[in-house]
Design a protein around this ligand. Structure first.
Ligand SMILES: Cc1ncc(C[n+]2csc(CCOP(=O)(O)OP(=O)(O)O)c2C)c(N)n1
Ligand SMILES: [Mg+2]
Length: 277
């Protein structure tokens, strides 16, 4: 099997290059969600670049759409479009804009206005049930995003309709745009909250590929309930001076910061290869 831990560091390097080149992007949330996307696109989801018209493909919605750089880098690496396209990110006229849009091969839903992904994912999962279709639906939300009321309408409907073909993930990095989630809108008792809406709650280490693997398998095996994976992550994960710092939510690295970040990610990628060989 491919070394996905090393792959996640390679993807982080690509994200760093993209954000540095474009002078725009949400690097903190990209780095926290990176392993989740790698686990989904390399191990768990039944999707392929040539098969996006297949009605039985699994569906993915990046509800925390501001982390699109991470999604673009994963999709490019999986061959959904040429890697060179990433060089046009955020340039005038490019379709690779700062939030997901479905002009890009592999992207199912335009997102970026927080709070909508879960409800749309619920609709897709209900459609699969009505059609007796085998596909699964996945969505990733930010923890700050949970302050949106529409999330809880989706949560309620998913429990009501017992959507066991739906897996939602919370990127629980404990930060949002302007500070900690606890300062902005308290996030305690997430387990009890989702439980009470009829969900199967799974806790996971969200920057650990092996633990994510376990969590996605548990979600697939659960019958009669939708699953929520509360993935404990670190915002900025992988670059020590970006980790757990709200200012890296939407900050562009300086030349010096870029060089330091690149060196750290390269070294971590090398170590990940070594540990696995
Ligand atoms: C409806 C809506 N309100 C506000 C914003 C602005 N905004 C963009 S990112 C963000 C913080 C999101 O925090 P979180 O969901 O925790 O994401 P992460 O920490 O993973 O980056 C906000 C408030 C938005 N995109 N949509
Ligand atoms: Mg967050």
């Amino acid at each position: 099997m491919e070394n996905l831990k090393a792959k996640a560091f390679e993807i982080r390097e690509n994200i760093l290059d993209m954000v540095y080149r474009a002078k725009a992007g949400h690097i903190g949330g990209d780095f926290s969600v990176c392993d989740i996307l790698v686990s989904l696109y390399y191990s768990h989801m039944n999707v392929s670049p040539q098969d996006m018209d297949n009605p039985n493909r699994d569906r993915f919605i990046l509800s925390k759409g501001h982390s699109v750089e991470a999604l673009y880098c994963v999709l490019a690496d999986r061959g959904f479009f040429p890697k060179e396209d990433l060089e046009t990110f955020s340039a005038f006229g490019s379709k690779y804009i700062g939030h997901p849009n479905n002009k890009v091969n592999g992207i199912e839903m335009n997102s970026g206005s927080l709070g909508h992904g879960l409800s749309v994912a619920v609709g897709m999962a209900i459609a699969a049930k009505m059609d007796n279709a085998p596909y699964r639906v996945y969505t990733v939300m930010g923890d700050g995003e949970l302050a949106e009321g529409s999330v809880w309408e989706g949560a309620m409907a998913a429990g009501h309709y017992k959507l066991d073909n739906l897996t939602a993930v919370i990127d629980r990095n404990r930060l949002q745009i302007s500070g900690t989630t606890e300062e902005v809108m308290t996030q305690d008792s997430q387990e009890e909250r989702w439980n009470s809406f009829g969900w199967n709650v799974i806790k996971a280490k969200g920057n650990d590929i092996n633990d994510l693997d376990r969590a996605f398998n548990e979600a697939k095996a659960c019958k009669g309930k939708p699953s929520i994976i509360i993935a404990e992550t670190v915002k900025g994960c992988g670059v020590s001076f970006m980790e757990n710092s709200a200012k890296w939510h939407h900050k562009v690295p300086s030349d010096e910061e870029y060089a330091m970040a690149k060196a750290e990610l390269k070294e971590k990628r090398r170590l990940a290869y070594e540990q696995n060989s």
